[in-house]
Design a protein around this ligand. Structure first.
Ligand code: CA
Length: 610
């Protein structure tokens, strides 16, 4: 009996050995330094990339894959434990040997490997330092330090070599190159490691990220499109020349008009807008699923006179859109007094200007803004205990971009002095400078995605419609730019049809920045594991997502329910007969006025802003 068992075990081993060619049958065999060194491409194979084989280390490791690792901040996956090979290897760029680029790879056991490679995006100015995000999907995955210690530092910490001198190598590595090179290297190594058969030489390659991780995802589609099969890009923080300056716009408006609204008044305006616009989609559930209808049909002036009350509090808030490493510079501790009053004409004046977007002094549009009903956090002033008044609060998100990336000064934010005579034209000048300086790096809006599309790549792009950091309309504008750039000969509905074959955009009703929205708790949000399942199905099984799965997770009355989100340009609507059921959501082609509300021309600039 024992002999029989031993014999069948031997047969299994032989079969596996044949299936995987020269590759490794067990994790322990795979995870040996000598054999891993042997699969590194010979220097010269990948032009400009020279490995340092002596740097290679490998250990079998166990990990618990927890929340937030797969798709960026606030997007959770189920926790699970995996054994994997923790591989590190260093390389240099030929000719610049003084700068070492460190890679981490998490290699699953051969029995778990599904011929996949996965890259997870990071957050504000940060690359992901976690290489284990793919294990849940049977994928090898990686992380890169980009040659500037990105495992421990964010780009803004290293971007200046000295006052006046930018480290362009770090900017470019962060923006797209480090991730592209890592994936290029992984796709060279994995087939040799896991098998040399024709079948297993294919490495299905994925990227998923949100916020700057979404921008990183788009950077790979734009610049390394032939490497990736499936990309999930959430709320991409791209078009940084405009986006970072948008963070400064509310404070600039308040400074110009000499009025700093109590935060509680702004919150009341937001909540009253949500209440008024909620039913416009046909279902009264506390969610504005149609901000486009809200924009055309709701008058913010109707909130004047509404009473508000907020108790005194001490709070620490994070800078919007910033990763964990930025907490020190981006956070503020506020001691807020009790706020008790009614919404004034001046409060509404500020809210209206913020939602309208940025214009030059001659009335030319420079940028879009957050959808009406989005939280107005960037507009909230600071309370000055000495004078018992609300005063200027410059968000460091925008301030650090101006100081370090435009002015090249080692300063974390603009000070009040710099804002004394702030004009919209100054904001637009900063946007223009940011666009020029970072057009091929942080802007990340290259609109011709032919390489990716022709290679067979599939792109799921999603964005919370009530995002209060990166406006939802920013994503719509990019998709429109791709459509008109790649299919200039077609009309807009034909363009949509062609893009639909490989690029689908989903706006998430009520969704905030890369998370569900506490102000609209019945709003569903896509979950990381579900996003990955849908992109894998599209890539490997040719099952395109008709809608995007999203789940209500904020404790509203629809808690736990899932819904299939409408794909752009279709918009959600409930008929009066089915208005109680979240799943009865229909998807309609919006009327001309609603569509027009998503369409912008940035006439302030003498060039195309994609
Ligand atoms: Ca609603």
């Amino acid at each position: 009996m024992l002999l029989l068992v031993a014999q069948s075990f031997l047969v299994i081993v032989l079969v596996r050995a044949r299936l995987t060619g020269a590759a490794n049958a067990s994790l322990a065999e795979l995870c040996k330094v000598d054999s891993l060194r042997n699969v590194l491409p010979t220097n010269g194979t990948l032009l400009g990339i020279n490995f340092l084989p002596e740097s290679l280390t490998a250990q079998v490791t166990n990990t618990s894959v927890g929340s937030g690792t797969a798709a960026g901040p606030s997007v959770s996956v189920a926790s699970d434990t995996y054994s994997y090979c923790n591989l590190t290897v260093h390389y240099v760029h030929a000719g610049t040997e003084d700068r070492t680029i460190r890679l981490r790879f998490a290699l699953p056991a051969p029995s778990e490997y599904k011929s996949r490679f996965y890259v997870g995006g990071g957050g504000g100015y940060s690359l992901s330092s976690d290489a284990t995000g793919g294990l849940a999907y049977g994928a090898a995955s990686g992380a890169t330090d980009a040659g500037y210690d990105a495992f421990d530092k964010s780009l803004d910490q290293v971007v200046l070599l000295a006052n006046g001198t930018l480290d362009w190598d770090s900017v470019r590595m962060f923006s797209h190159q480090a991730l592209g090179e890592m994936t290029l290297i992984a796709k060279q190594i994995l087939p040799s490691l896991y098998g040399s058969d024709t079948d297993s030489s294919k490495v299905w390659t994925y990227f998923s990220g949100c916020s700057d991780g979404g921008r990183q995802a788009m950077s790979q589609v734009q610049r390394w499109g032939d490497l990736y099969d499936g990309v999930v890009a959430g709320a991409p923080a791209f078009r940084q020349g405009q986006q970072q300056i948008l963070h400064l716009y509310p404070a600039a408006i308040e400074q110009q008009r000499g009025y700093f609204p109590p935060p509680c008044a702004l919150q009341k305006i937001v909540n009253a807008t949500i209440e008024a616009c909620d039913p416009l989609d046909g279902r009264t559930d506390g969610v504005i699923s149609r901000t486009d209808l809200c924009m055309s049909r709701f008058d913010l002036n109707s909130t004047v006179g509404k009473a508000y009350y907020c108790a005194a509090e001490t709070s620490t808030s994070l800078g919007f859109g910033f990763g964990r490493r930025q907490l020190a510079a981006g956070s503020q501790t506020d001691s807020l007094p009790e706020q008790n009053g009614t919404v004034t004409v001046n409060d509404v004046m500020i809210a209206r200007a913020v939602y309208e977007g940025v214009f030059t002094s001659s009335g030319k549009r420079a940028y879009l803004s957050w959808q009406v009903g989005s939280d107005l956090g960037d507009a909230e002033p600071t309370y000055d205990n000495a004078t018992s008044s609300w005063v200027l609060n410059i968000p460091s998100t925008g301030g650090v971009f101006v100081r370090k990336f435009l002015e090249r000064l080692e300063l974390d934010n603009l000070d009040d002095e710099a804002f004394v005579n702030i004009t919209n034209d100054q904001l637009v000048a900063w946007m223009d400078k940011g666009t020029r300086e970072y057009y091929d790096t942080l802007q990340t809006t290259w609109p011709d995605l032919s390489t990716f599309a022709n290679h067979g790549g599939k792109l799921i792009h999603y964005h919370g419609e009530s995002d209060n950091s990166v406006p939802a309309a920013s994503s719509v504008h990019y998709r429109q730019s791709v459509a008109s750039s790649m299919h200039a000969d077609l009309d807009s509905s034909q363009q949509e049809e062609r893009l639909d074959e490989w690029y689908r955009l989903f706006l998430v009703p009520g969704g905030a920045h890369c998370s569900a929205n506490s102000l609209q708790p019945n709003g569903p949000f896509p979950q990381a594991a579900s996003l990955m399942q849908q992109i894998i199905d599209w890539v490997e099984r040719d099952i395109a997502p008709a809608g995007l799965n999203a789940t209500v997770t904020q404790g509203g009355s629809d808690e736990g329910k899932s819904v299939s989100l409408c794909r752009w340009p279709y918009r959600p609507v409930w008929s009066s007969e089915n208005a109680t059921d979240i799943n009865a959501m229909g998807c309609e082609m919006p009327d001309t006025e609603a569509r027009k509300s998503w369409t912008y021309a940035f006439e302030a600039f003498g060039y195309a802003v994609y």
